[in-house]
Design a protein around this ligand. Structure first.
Ligand SMILES: [Mn+2]
Length: 382
């Protein structure tokens, strides 16, 4: 028996102010592309079942575009005549009873089975039972729902548990209202053929109570794209689960836009630039770290100059990481009135340390020039 498990597709998520050729936010389009890649693969693999473990949409009230896209893709799934079981995650669960859950839009698709009512629901077929525990806002009610799941295990069928949660607080996403599965109920996993998890955005088996030991049958499939540029994972996947006499869990990778970190060591700025390799950044999201930066260099090194080094990238962000100095002065040490004066004082301090007065004079002029430009712009706005 073959099951495709995917999750956390976050349709409608957008980021970075970049539009694609269709005037759609480029990152939003990336998420749609990742989703379609999974559906294309499912068409080829022709599994027995398809499961999605939550956060189909990024918001509980998605945009028209996100809904239109989802309906089109789920029509494809529906037409495959393969049962598809889907649960709600924290992102697609409304916080109040006033709004209607978005997954309701799939109720009338004959091959799509949805679980979004914040309670346990068993979705059963001849050979298999899916025990779904969608996201629950009220954690106090969750335990009785887990008990219901336990009571409903089918001895003569395969049993699949589906949840959108952090298992025992080890896989927290630092999001408001996330549901933590109680550690003392993890033993239920042993009665399941497979535990399909959503919420954590990386692929992998779940650890036993925070040890290095892993449950052999409990997996997060991970997200299909990155909802934060802090997520540096370049491998996103869906999972092909084969349940015969043994269980096989195989990640199937998706082609996603690369995210690449480059480092420029400002202690040896020139050499660092010379040895910089920018050949691998085409269409990538690039994060450049300027390390060991001094305040003097920080004035000279323009963000636009750094960005120009990676012309082929889709997006470049520059992070300035200053060198720690033992003689760092605090604001209290400097009697300065304006930002300009404060800044000049700071440079002066630095030049005293390095005994480079010529450099101070050069930068003083530059700083004055920059501040006068700033003031001109500021005056214009009055
Ligand atoms: Mn998620």
């Amino acid at each position: 028996m073959k099951i495709i498990h995917f999750s956390d597709t976050h349709l409608g998520y957008n980021d970075l102010d970049i539009l694609d050729e269709n005037n759609i936010n480029q990152r939003e389009a990336d998420f749609y592309d990742a989703f379609s890649q999974v559906i294309n693969q499912i068409e080829k693999i022709q599994p027995d079942y398809i499961i999605h473990t939550g956060d189909l949409f990024h918001r509980s009230s998605p945009s028209n575009r996100a809904i239109t896209f989802a309906l089109k893709e789920f029509k494809r799934i529906n037409d495959m005549n393969i049962p598809c079981i889907m649960i709600a995650g924290n992102h697609s669960t409304p916080r109040t009873n006033l709004s209607s859950p978005i997954l309701k839009i799939f109720e009338d698709f004959e091959n799509i089975y949805v679980s979004y009512e914040q309670k346990y629901k068993k979705i059963e077929f001849d050979d298999i039972a899916f025990h779904t525990l969608p996201h629950m806002n009220d954690e106090t009610k969750a335990e009785e729902q887990i008990n219901l799941c336990e009571e409903n295990i089918e001895k003569d069928k395969k049993n699949i548990m589906m949840m959108h949660c952090s298992v025992g607080a080890w896989y927290l996403m630092q999001e408001f209202g996330e549901w933590v599965y109680p550690t003392h109920k993890e033993y239920i996993f042993e009665s399941m053929d497979y535990v399909a998890l959503g919420h954590w955005h990386g692929f992998g088996a779940v650890s036993v109570k925070g040890t290095k030991e892993k449950y052999p049958n409990a997996f997060y499939s991970g997200s299909t794209e990155r909802t934060s540029l802090n997520d540096k994972r370049n491998e996103k996947c869906f999972v092909e689960v084969t349940i015969d006499d043994t269980l096989r869990v195989e990640p199937k990778y998706i082609n996603i836009r690369p995210i690449i970190t480059k480092e420029i060591n400002c202690e040896d700025y020139e050499t660092s630039l010379e040895t910089l390799d920018s050949s691998d950044v085409k269409d990538a999201i690039v994060e450049v770290r300027l390390i060991n930066l001094t305040s003097l260099q920080s004035i000279d090194i323009q963000t636009s100059d750094i960005k120009a080094l990676f012309k082929e990238a889709m997006h470049v962000s520059v992070k300035r990481e200053f060198k720690k100095s033992s003689t760092e002065s605090t604001i209290d040490d400097i009697e300065a009135v304006s930002l300009e004066e404060y800044f000049l004082e700071h440079i002066k301090e630095d030049s005293i340390n390095t005994q480079d007065t010529k450099e101070y004079e050069r930068l003083e002029l530059k700083v004055k020039e920059l501040f006068s430009k700033y003031e001109e712009v500021a005056d214009d706005t009055i």
